[in-house]
Design a protein around this ligand. Structure first.
Ligand SMILES: *Cc1c(COP(=O)(O)O)cnc(C)c1O
Length: 373
């Protein structure tokens, strides 16, 4: 089987989605599954939908096109404000998009009219992350302008947290966002169908004691795919953290003497040279490197330590029995590592537990991290 490859357990993505949907449902919040980290992979998207996601969202038009080409017909929202150069395609493949610029909204409207459609607009509000977003004080004015443009409909408002800056969605911030929804309805009159509170970083707030107010949607990628809450990095109760596994092949096994002194040519590489602490008996070289993924976002197999990496080689030390040449090691990935690896055409994606007859698996658990084949 080809390596490096990513093994994707679809039943775990299905169940992760289901777990979150069931926990958020009683709190009045629906789940939009975010597919950007898996580049719009349709089987993964389908597992999210079967798990109860109300719709899908992606930041890149090319990923949405991938979903559509694979026959996914559910509502798909573009969650990065559209490029002016892409408005025609956006209107073609997305029911809705997040927007911050009135000129883009006007262009979407013209494109929609020429296709005899109405495109839904969700206004992204800046709540402190200082990435994209309309300032709260300008929101009512822009909402009113959107309502006057034929070809687009104001569908809702959205917020985003903990992306550019680690501004967490605290209860007061979420209450303020909820109040904005009421305020917009008060001044402009439209009913806001979607009040989207944010991303996976919102889950601690959403699972909390307090009322979730007007928020009725969260856009979730990392939590569903990796089972973790991004700010703390902690596993979310009841979620699988091992739906994705990166598999790489051993291309050299060598018992080299204790670490010899290394003169670093580039000091920025220093952080990538983590000297094995103790008990490392074998150095392994794997066919995997910076070009494939974020090496620092990999968790090493049990008994192994990262020694270093170059563009195409991963050097690790292990105190386990020396694996055979050609055997495979398995790594869990963080979100960034996952998103980079999934984007590479020469890393194969192998689906596990695909199809409708998903059986509950009995072999889940932490002990599977190291498999020497
Ligand atoms: C990526 C993204 C999300 C999903 O974030 P996760 O941390 O993966 O849940 C939600 N909204 C926007 C605007 C995004 O760019």
């Amino acid at each position: 089987m080809s390596s490096p490859r990513i093994e994707v357990d679809l039943s775990k993505i299905h169940r992760n989605t289901q777990t979150i949907v069931r926990r958020l449902g009683p709190r009045g919040i629906g789940v939009t599954g975010v597919t950007k980290a898996v580049c719009g992979h349709s089987a993964i998207a389908q597992a999210m939908l079967e798990g109860g996601a109300a719709g899908l969202a992606d930041a890149r038009l090319s990923n949405v096109e991938t979903l559509r080409k694979a026959g996914i017909t559910c509502p798909v929202t573009l969650i990065r404000t559209p490029m002016l150069s892409q408005v025609d395609q956006v209107v073609q493949v997305c029911e809705a998009s997040y927007n911050t610029e009135i000129a883009v909204i006007a262009a979407l409207a013209s494109a929609a009219i020429s296709k005899d459609r109405v495109h839904d607009v969700i206004l992204m509000v800046e709540m402190g992350d200082q990435r994209d977003g309309i300032l709260p004080e300008n929101l009512a004015d822009i909402a009113q302008q959107v309502m006057k443009i034929p070809g687009v409909a104001l569908k809702g408002i959205g917020a985003n947290f903990a992306c550019l800056n680690d501004v967490s969605p605290t209860a007061p911030k979420m209450a303020a966002f909820s109040a904005l929804a009421n305020e917009i309805e008060g001044t402009c009159g439209p009913f806001l169908k979607i009040v989207s509170g944010g991303n996976s970083a919102n889950l601690p707030w959403a699972f909390g004691e307090r009322s979730t107010g007007r928020i009725n949607d969260l856009r979730l990628g990392e939590a569903i795919l990796l089972g973790v809450e991004p700010v703390s990095g902690d596993q979310i109760d009841g979620m699988h953290t091992d739906a994705f596994t990166l598999v790489a092949e051993v291309i050299e096994t060598d018992t080299k003497p204790a670490p010899f002194p290394i003169t670093l040519v580039d000091p920025t590489l220093a952080r990538l040279r983590i000297e094995p602490t103790s008990g490392v008996s074998t150095r392994l070289i794997l066919a995997l490197g910076h070009q494939d993924t974020d090496i620092l976002g990999l968790s090493m197999p049990a008994g192994s330590t990262l020694i270093g990496a170059t563009s195409d080689h991963l050097v690790i030390g292990t105190n386990r029995p020396r694996p055979n040449l050609g055997s495979e090691l398995r790594f869990q990935m963080n979100y960034k590592a996952l998103m980079l690896a999934m984007a590479l055409p020469d890393i194969a994606v192998k689906l596990i537990n695909d199809g409708t007859s998903r059986q509950p698996r009995h072999t889940q658990g932490k002990s599977e991290h190291l498999t020497l084949v």
